[in-house]
Design a protein around this ligand. Sequence first.
Ligand code: CA2
Length: 149
Amino acid sequence: MPTILVLHGPNLNLLGGREAEHYGTDTLEAIDTRLEAAGRKAGMEVKSFQSNSEAELVDRVQAAKSDGTSFIVINPAAFTHTSVALRDALSAVRIPFIEVHLSNVHAREPFRRHSYFSDLASGVIVGFGPLGYELALEAAIRSIRKANP
Ligand code: CA2
């Protein structure tokens, strides 16, 4: 069964509380549960991992190289704008990935417009709130099916 890894960066464990105007009202657990169900329906396994630590995210991406992960959906959160280390990890493992942002990063502070990931990503989804993860998962599922007819 193909496996899709969903990675969430720092502070996304706080979803569902403050800053609902930017990030919506769903908890991360609710988002992950929906993604797992959508994956099951498509005959694929969805594994989710959140960390506030850059090192743990780098380690998880490296582990994906040998744990059967076919595709990664990632919201690097604040690391989007800072992390060469996470970018290098994604580049090194050569697993296709989609970058997701809940908020429209282009309509916020200028520093949020630059991403260390977008040029390596298969695609980028911004501004649709939690729905963005589901759109990314659907794109990942289609891409896996296309590669394995
Ligand atoms: O829009 C997104 O998904 C972001 O990746 C979210 C990051 C932000 O640094 C990026 O520029 C855009 C921040 C995630 C913080 O999440 C919170 C959730 C609830 C309460 C406070 C923070």
